[in-house]
Design a protein around this ligand. Structure first.
Ligand code: ZN
Length: 488
């Protein structure tokens, strides 16, 4: 298989031609959600970015094993080595078993992903279900001499590792700068040096999530799960590791160090990171009052939102920016995305109404080439959308007869547009046009009755149907060969 896909590799800071280790198989690991709160806007971007990559690789004929984990243990307050487990805090506050909390929010995450038309990964391992693998990895790192035990906890020895390996290469940090920028330990910690990070933590008496290990009854450090589970399901070397840019340091840097310490080399060849979302120019955060859950977006139930936005509008909005660019959410930007998506979907529906002619005055192959070139160029979804929009105009010209298309070209136009808009960008023709399961057929039925009334010169009935539809927000436009309708 000949791949033309070029991906930006964070590790080398270069765009590289994507070459899988064992084509046609591709192994892809993406850091998934933590499950101690409602899925929010911050979850949508990585999920959609790697869904786009997953869909495109599959469309290229690759057999992709896509692993996306669920972090249900070890994620401590402030992402630090000390403090309570965030999931356990939630469980204690709500008087629940921690796994009840994890299940509850995992289910909500899945529902939100379904709404966003994000395909489920091939494997979705839970950190809490892979404690044995994590203990084994800690032991391997200890055996290789890159970790030490201290009062029942085990820490990764960053400075020792950095003597012979490039700690900081992924995030572009220099070990000397990191050392001089850290404060000295206050004497309370079991760590030898500030940069060291926990592989295993001894549980304090009040800590409820705990497992037996050779060093203590405790729990794994947060970075460990991804190192252990990616290798378990994808092998010691695999193709792609993805996640949000906020995970690059320390999480991904620590993952590379752990895998390298254990096996002598890093596990992933291509590191792919999506950029962050801001809201009205600000970072999203609970303390800033601009934290928006996906459910609030879909319902419009948040003080910052002037209306509800359908999951497809959110998806389309995210795809309108390149995944490595920042993306700013605002009502104006979302409303513009909604209008754009409506136009695109309306044009896709118009394709079915085009009457083919003898010959084509349009070049369908050019659309396919532009879409493929854009996707191959580091998943440039905004360029795909811009090519599709150029064709919205052409489709309307083909419909009103100012341009013509042959039957064969019309068939391939339909195929190309459906492939890129629905299969690869993952858009769905529903919510925004209102032409979902029932509305569409009902409107079509009424408009057929109106056509009959017009044919019978029963103008009163014809007007009654059109005015009734207008009142409920459905605009009807008469054309010489029938009619068109859309939701206003
Ligand atoms: Zn991870």
């Amino acid at each position: 298989m000949k791949s033309e896909l070029v991906l930006y590799n964070t590790l080398t800071r270069k765009k590289e031609l994507f070459k899988p280790i064992k084509p046609p198989f591709v192994g892809m690991y993406v850091c998934g959600p933590t499950v101690y709160g409602d899925p929010h806007l911050g979850h949508a971007r990585p999920a959609i970015t790697f869904d786009l990559l997953f869909r495109y690789l599959r469309a290229q004929g690759y057999k992709v094993r896509y692993v996306r984990n669920i972090t249900d243990v070890g994620h401590l307050q402030n992402d630090a080595d000390d403090g309570e487990d965030k999931l356990a805090v939630k469980a204690r506050l709500e008087n629940l078993e921690p796994m009840e909390v994890a299940q509850f929010y995992t289910d909500r995450y899945h529902r939100a992903m379904d709404e966003l038309n994000v395909l489920p990964p091939s494997i979705e391992p839970h950190a809490s279900g892979h404690i044995m693998e994590q203990i084994d990895l800690v032991q391997e790192i200890l055996d290789k001499g890159y970790a030490y035990e201290s009062n029942g906890s085990v820490y990764f020895d960053v400075e020792k590792y950095a003597e012979s390996h490039g700690y900081g290469e992924l995030s572009g940090r220099k070990i000397d700068d990191m050392i001089s920028n850290t404060r000295d330990l206050d004497g309370q910690s079991d760590k030898r040096r500030p940069l060291d990070f926990a592989l295993w933590k001894k549980a304090s008496p009040e800590h409820i999530m705990r497992w037996k290990a050779p060093w203590s009854v405790g729990f794994p450090g947060w970075h460990l799960e991804c190192s252990a589970m990616s290798v378990k399901y994808l092998g010691e070397e695999f193709d792609i590791h993805g996640g949000g840019m906020d995970l690059m340091f320390p999480h991904h840097e620590c993952e590379i160090a752990q895998n390298t310490a254990a096996s002598g080399h890093g596990a992933a060849r291509y590191w792919v990171h999506n950029n962050m979302i801001t809201i009205n120019g600000q970072k999203m955060g609970k303390s800033l009052g601009n934290f928006i859950t996906l459910e609030e977006l879909f319902s419009g139930n948040h003080k910052m939102l002037v209306q509800a936005y359908s999951p497809m509008v959110i998806r389309f909005f995210i795809l309108q920016a390149h995944y490595r660019s920042t993306l700013d959410f605002s009502n104006e930007a979302l409303q513009a995305a909604e209008k754009g998506l409506d136009r695109l979907i309306a044009a896709i529906e118009t394709i079915d109404k085009i009457v083919p002619g003898e010959r084509s005055t349009v070049d369908v192959a050019d659309l396919e080439k532009r879409c493929c070139d854009a996707m191959d160029d580091d998943l440039n979804s905004p360029m795909v959308i811009s090519a599709l929009f150029d064709w919205v105009r052409i489709i309307n010209q083909l419909h009103d007869g100012t341009q013509t298309i042959s039957a064969a070209d019309l068939e391939s136009l339909r195929g190309i547009v459906h492939r890129f808009a629905f299969d690869i960008l993952g858009l769905r023709d529903d919510m925004c046009t209102g032409k979902n399961d029932l509305v569409g057929p009902l409107v079509e039925m009424l408009l057929d009755m109106r056509q009959q009334a017009k044919a019978d010169k029963d103008w009163a009935t014809s007007d009654k149907i059109r005015d009734g539809l207008t009142r409920i927000g459905i605009e009807v436009r008469d054309r010489k060969d029938g009619y068109d309708w859309s939701v206003k």
